[in-house]
Design a protein around this ligand. Structure first.
Ligand SMILES: [Zn+2]
Ligand SMILES: [Zn+2]
Length: 268
């Protein structure tokens, strides 16, 4: 599998939309890996995970096109992942297509919100449920329950194909026991996990800082869900995390975790 991180920023990106904090100023000045668009990933060039408001820019930047997608899978309904109005550009009159060329998968919130947003358009969602696997082409996809937006079934996603397993875990705090327990049957070759809060301590339980992220990774290593050769890469970084990319390399490196960056390509 090839996983491309299209965006690795939290809700307002880095540099932030309106902010003039130190991390945003540094990113504006030096660019490179410190510039982060809203979080999204692309699996094997055709399975798109989340649709942030930066989607057109991400495709333009990486010379990609949405015409190659076979699926668009949502993790949850927050605005930085679910820019629903962008979906309209798939169809006539913006293209010649009268029907959706890719399948949309999403939880309770997504599958209710899309038909509401487009009542007269042929847009359907196949509803996904935590801990219930489904197949898309020759991939087995299993949502697991994230600890995040509690008024919907917020999900992290396991992808399996040809003996390889990848878990995309954006937007979650430390999982509840049910999720940890469910994961015990899996052996992950790649974990992409959020680290929104970076070096800042937060009381919000729906995200991870460096220490909490490392704690989750250690627990997965102890129980052999992560093996010796598994790669662990972060995403969903906020400027409020008070960390530049080089700070994250240093701090996460202590735990053999790599900070992700926009455009990063991972192969397993
Ligand atoms: Zn988010
Ligand atoms: Zn969120």
């Amino acid at each position: 599998m090839e996983i491309r991180l299209l965006g690795t920023g939290a809700a307002d990106g880095i540099p932030t939309f309106y902010g003039d904090d130190e991390i945003s100023r540094y990113a504006r000045r030096y660019g490179g890996k410190d510039v982060r668009t809203r979080s999204s990933a692309l699996l094997d060039g055709h399975i798109k995970i989340d649709l942030p408001p930066d989607s057109v820019h991400q495709l333009q930047r990486d010379k990609l096109r949405a015409a190659d997608w076979t699926a668009l899978i949502f993790t949850h309904g927050h605005d930085d992942h679910f820019a629903r109005r962008e979906i309209q550009y798939t169809l006539f009159p913006f293209t010649e297509q009268l029907f959706m060329p890719y399948i949309i998968y999403g939880n309770d919130r997504i599958s209710a919100a899309l038909p509401e947003a487009f009542p007269d358009w042929p847009i359907e969602v196949r509803q996904t449920f935590s801990f219930q696997s489904f197949n898309h082409l020759d991939y087995t996809i299993t949502p697991i329950q994230a600890r995040h937006k509690e008024d919907e079934d917020s999900q992290n996603l396991i992808f399996q194909r040809e003996g390889k397993t990848f878990l995309y875990a954006t937007d979650t705090g430390v999982w509840k026991q049910e999720t940890f327990g469910f994961l015990q049957d899996y052996r992950l070759d790649l974990l992409v996990i959020e680290c929104t809060d970076g070096l800042r301590k937060s009381t919000y339980e729906g995200h991870l800082d460096v220490e909490a992220c490392a704690g989750v990774v250690e627990a997965l290593r102890e129980s052999k869900v992560l093996h010796d050769k598994s790669r662990v890469v972060t995403t969903h970084h906020s400027a409020k995390g008070l960390a530049r990319h080089s700070d994250l390399e240093r701090e996460l490196g202590k735990y053999r975790i790599e900070p992700g960056f926009d455009g990063m390509v991972l192969r397993i």
